[in-house]
Design a protein around this ligand. Structure first.
Ligand code: CS2
Length: 470
């Protein structure tokens, strides 16, 4: 007999948070922290989720009252939890006005976001809003927005017009200075619409930066079966995640209005920069490096990649010799221990995190994950052969064919441009000329190293190239 459909069992909670970007990551991370904070200390912090584009998650969650299973995949086995902090979901593309009204509701004090790096419509190399983006241009003229910055600005305008306090904008994407990036994008767009609005947001709004961490691979069809077998309930929208989680948040909220995050284990700090550099450069940097090299070496997941002794050695030495020297540890953290813990997390065989998934959107990820570290090594006169090899792997990956000539489905907002550059007459020069990714000085210094690493990869393949690293 088919299992009964999962349903809400807890009473609904009034909405205090609207979350833009209702993907697996938020549902396996922020939504759980919020639920625990309310369980510990109460508060009306129910979450209304918003998908900007696709109705799929909303349609799957609706019959379940917004609730879903979060399946923790540990080396010692699985543990399921029924998450009920999400009260419901909207689809912005279908009904932008309903989303704006939800964001302007008096009870909403926080708008959090996981819209991925590209969702902020900024140039990754500078962090500034891309005002040439056609959707941003559209949002300047049209009161029913389509972009995340557009929704923030138009909803804040409604609140101002109604004499309500602004909401805190809580960015939970893997961007350096993520609070600053979303603040500048919001102010820039607001200023182009109505300068007085920008002044109000600048004076009254709050955009705390955060560091978020939990490995959450995309949910696969087999996960639904696993959840049904474990819980006895059919869940159309479960999420799977590793046991580890971390959330470091700058404690700077409008009127101090927020859930009791500390009760749920969130670290509230004055400045998140050290945590963020550590995480972006060490975790995400190694992830992206292993994704491109691992994919080209035929490794399907990160765990498969680090099960290869040559890639495992690559990762360990990448951390020890090329990343850790460029990272100032947050108070009380030992970076060698952090790296060892990352290795164990990557090796968790229960987590099937595809190298292809992590390889997505490289144009948006490379600056903070790899290029900042390259720049720090260059400034210190330190060699960085592994970072160069990772970039060379990316430069081959974006051609859209693997080393054997088989097609790759490259997902990147700049995929076409990158493919043209990478397959044209002088690929290294052309790729390094993409200013949204590579600042001019860095491009200049990087050119010979990238040229050399790319030649070795093409001549000897991933295994051969790894052997050349002393
Ligand atoms: C990954 C991240 O997909 C990716 O690019 O590097 O999603 C990573 O799993 C998370 O940042 C971990 O916190």
């Amino acid at each position: 007999m088919p299992a009964e459909r999962l349903a809400r069992t807890a009473p609904p909670t009034p909405v205090g948070i609207v979350h833009l970007g209702l993907g697996a990551f938020f549902r396996a991370h922020g939504a759980i922290y919020v639920e625990e904070a309310m369980a510990a200390s109460g508060g009306a912090w129910g979450v209304l989720g918003v998908s900007l584009q696709s109705p799929v998650t909303r349609d799957r969650l609706a019959p379940q009252g917004g609730t879903y299973t979060a399946l923790e995949l540990g080396p010692e086995g699985d543990a399921a939890r029924h998450v009920q902090s999400v009260q419901g979901a909207l689809v912005a593309r279908e009904d932008p006005v309903a989303v704006l009204e939800a964001m302007a509701a008096p009870g909403v004090r926080i708008v959090s976001l996981t819209v991925t790096e590209k969702g902020y419509r900024h140039a990754p190399s500078t962090g500034r809003l891309n005002v040439d983006d056609p959707d941003i241009a559209r949002d300047m003229a049209n009161p029913a927005p389509v972009t995340a910055p557009g929704f923030l600005v138009r909803a804040l305008a409604l609140r101002r017009a109604r004499s309500l306090r602004p909401f805190t904008v809580l960015c939970c994407d893997n961007l350096p200075g993520n609070g600053r990036v979303v603040r500048e994008a919001t102010l820039d767009l607001a200023r182009r619409i109505e300068p007085g609005l920008a002044d109000w947001i600048s004076a009254e709004g709050r955009f705390p930066a955060t560091m978020v961490d939990r490995i959450v691979p995309a949910t696969k069809p087999e996960d639904l079966l696993r959840v049904a077998a474990l819980t006895g309930r059919a869940d159309a929208a479960p999420v799977v995640h590793e046991p580890f989680r971390q959330w470091v948040v700058e404690d700077d909220f409008v009127d101090g209005a927020r859930p009791d995050f500390a009760a749920a284990g969130v670290e509230l700090v004055a400045d998140v920069t050290a945590h963020e550099h550590m995480k972006l450069r060490m975790l995400n940097g190694a992830h992206s490096a292993l994704a491109y090299l691992g994919f080209l070496a035929g490794r399907e997941t990160v765990a498969d990649a680090v099960a290869d002794p040559a890639l495992a050695r690559f990762a360990r030495r990448l951390w020890a010799e090329e990343i850790i020297p460029c990272v100032a540890p947050p108070p009380g953290v030992r970076l060698d221990a952090y790296a060892a813990a990352l290795f164990a997390r990557f090796a968790n065989p229960a987590i099937r995190h595809l190298t292809w998934q992590i390889a997505m959107d490289g144009s948006q990820k490379l600056p903070q994950r790899i290029l900042d570290t390259v720049a720090a090594n260059l400034a210190a006169g330190r060699p960085f052969p592994r970072l160069a090899l990772a970039l060379a792997a990316w430069s081959l990956y974006v051609r859209g064919v693997d080393l054997a000539g088989a097609p790759i489905d490259v997902r990147d907002p700049m995929a076409d441009r990158l493919r043209d550059a990478a397959t044209g007459p002088r690929p290294v020069e052309a790729l390094l000329g993409v200013r949204e990714i590579f600042p001019p000085d860095l491009a200049c210094a990087l050119a010979p190293k990238l040229e050399a690493a790319r030649a070795v990869l093409l001549a000897r393949g991933v295994a051969g190239a790894l052997e050349t690293l002393t």
